[in-house]
Ligand binder design. Structure first.
Ligand SMILES: [Zn+2]
Length: 83
């Protein structure tokens, strides 16, 4: 067993890693989420990994959520057309 592979709250680190994205999506059963939270609160390696992963997801979401900027000339023509 690798030193980073710990068994905490009935979950191994690899289980946590495997389900982390679903956890962050809120896609897991409440009991499973609670189990992951219990593991992460006891396991520094997963806590660090989870924080980095959550930040990454957040960054991707922020980018995907941004509307495409409208080119300036299109915006001008659009405003003129709507007048
Ligand atoms: Zn862990």
């Amino acid at each position: 067993m690798r030193p980073t592979e710990r068994d905490v709250a009935g979950l191994r680190c690899s289980d946590v890693m495997a389900e982390l994205s679903r956890y962050l999506e809120g896609d897991l059963a409440p009991e499973r989420s609670a189990q992951i939270e219990a593991h992460v609160s006891e396991c520094q390696a997963c806590a660090d990994f989870g924080k980095g992963f959550a930040r990454l997801i957040e960054a991707v979401r922020t980018r995907l959520g941004e509307p495409e900027p409208v080119p300036a000339d299109v915006a001008v023509r659009l405003k003129a057309a709507l007048r």
